[in-house]
Design a protein. Sequence first.
Length: 190
Amino acid sequence: MSTMRTSNDALAASATWRYGAPAIVLHWVLALLIVFMASLGWYMMTVEREPGGPALMDLHRSIGLILFVLVLLRILWRMFHKPEPLPQGVPAWQTLLSTVTQWLLYACMVALPVTGILGAEYSRNGLAFFGIPLKLGIGTDRATSKLFFQMHEFLIWTLVVLVALHVLGALKHLVVDRDDVFNRMWPARR
């Protein structure tokens, strides 16, 4: 009887477990900023040589630096606040896919700003934060800059695919499975 109660209590606790407020806020702020930055990045590439193009580039670089700091904060928070495992009914392949996707998302969220920073630093314009030049002591090298920006572009497409997988998994838990996994990261209702 006590074993059954313990396992039922564990299931109930697992079903109601939620991420902490800092993790939820960082998740949704990062999600919105990433969508904004991807959209801005694609748009600015169409107008980079037109009036206002350099200002959009500066905005993209500046918000990218802020985004990088927020990603590092999110990773730091995650290191010390481990999430509960997915419910036992979730097939092992889905748990593995979820884990791999999440860690690849983190890797892309770190690599994207790093390649952008290095691409900007090697470029003629250099790196700036809202117009304030930031020098890392790297000289101008057009070929190296182009290489880092190509990596940056590849990574954004990789991130788009990973975000799509992440969203599809979340929607599956919300609409199909109805197992409260989605609600772990959704802001709580008061």
